[in-house]
Ligand binder design. Structure first.
Ligand code: AQP
Length: 332
């Protein structure tokens, strides 16, 4: 069976972008793939994190996976730092990754900003660790949001570079799975920025744990243009805020963006927003409630993570040993 690896960073409030771009798709894929879902805490520390918060958020992301419908018996759920093969393989892969490849990564440029010289080496090397995450399991498919496309292309390049350097067919080239009606959910306040955990502007993001009133308020306040809802697909392309909200509606109700557009064409935004709030509350309300129940039982969450790490190690460690042998590292 083909294998999936994917993850979310425990860096703050999970939002509708994380849900629609990634977690919701994982739920749909879990019956047809062998699935490994990670809470990527080593990626989180590429920018400063409060230790107590990091622990809480790691449990909260685990709760979100389970509350959204990932079955922890069928799938492996664990936190990255519990399986040392990720870090070890990352070093081995970094030795064959040209700096030029990393210099092209737009996420590093965005996150480091003007403070490039002060950014940590970890932030720069993040995509190599991500390649190691995937390749440690010889994952064949990686379901992610659109923003991770470039990192995944790099993971494929690194896998190919390893196979070529040692003349082997060891790593499969992992395929990105970027699908659904909301592969890039944008900020509700600025249609040119993606919805993000680190965005501090008010009402930019719907969190997976927001209550019904907060969700409805954020949708009511979402920035839109003064025109009625778009009438044609061509018109939709020129109206990013409308396209974003219709994409969210389509993803939450499992219809195409064009079907959603046709349904509301020519109407005013306020009646569309009311319906969007209703479907958002129906989906997120259930998940948020279940997340709160799970987070209140850290013993259960920790058992899931411990069991998941054990199953993950059983796959990753033999692969790491094979890589060490291929490279010529003596294991006396
Ligand atoms: N806005 C988004 N639309 C669609 N998918 C998204 N993802 C993130 N934002 C959106 C997808 O969610 C998964 C986990 O992302 P992550 O937490 O590992 O990292 P990120 O992409 O850096 O997420 P954030 O929320 O923007 O966090 P910060 O602010 O910490 O950088 C990935 O599959 C991602 O594509």
């Amino acid at each position: 069976m083909n294998r999936i690896f994917s993850g979310v960073q425990p860096t703050g409030n999970l939002h509708l972008g994380n849900y629609l771009g990634a977690i919701r798709n994982w739920v749909a894929l879990q019956s047809s793939f062998d699935c490994i879902f990670c809470i990527v805490d080593l990626h989180a520390i590429t920018v400063p994190q409060d230790p107590a918060q990091l622990r809480l958020q790691t449990r909260e992301v685990t709760a979100a996976y389970i509350a959204a419908g990932i079955d922890p018996e069928r799938c492996i759920i664990f936190n990255q730092s519990m399986v040392s093969a990720h870090s070890e393989l990352s070093w081995l892969l970094s030795c064959l990754t040209p700096l030029g490849w990393l210099n092209r990564m737009t996420q590093f440029k965005e996150k480091a900003g003007k403070q490039r010289d002060n950014a940590g080496l970890g932030l720069y090397a993040y995509p190599v660790l991500m390649a190691a995450d995937i390749l440690a399991y010889k994952a064949t498919h990686v379901p992610v949001g659109e923003d991770q496309k470039q990192h995944l292309e790099l993971a494929r390049d690194i896998a190919g570079a390893f196979n070529r350097r040692y003349g082997v067919e060891f790593f499969p080239l992992p395929e990105p799975q970027i699908f659904g009606a909301a592969t890039r959910v944008m900020s509700l306040r600025d249609g040119s920025k993606k919805m993000s955990k680190s965005d501090t502007s008010d009402y930019s993001r719907i969190n997976m744990t927001d209550d019904a009133d907060t969700v409805a308020l954020k949708i009511r306040k979402a920035r839109t243009d003064p025109l009625p809802m778009p009438e044609t697909p061509e018109e939709l392309e020129t109206r990013p805020e409308a396209a974003n909200l219709l994409g969210i509606y389509a993803a939450l109700t499992d219809v195409t963006v064009d079907a959603a557009r046709a349904r509301f064409a020519g109407q005013n935004f306020s009646s569309f927003k009311e319906e969007l709030a209703e479907v958002s509350v129906a989906v997120l309300g259930k998940i948020g409630g279940e997340m709160r129940r799970l987070v209140a039982d850290p013993g259960y969450i920790d058992r899931v993570l411990r069991g998941g790490a054990e199953r993950a190690r059983a796959i990753a460690e033999p692969h790491l040993r094979e890589v060490q042998d291929i490279i010529g590292l003596l294991r006396p």
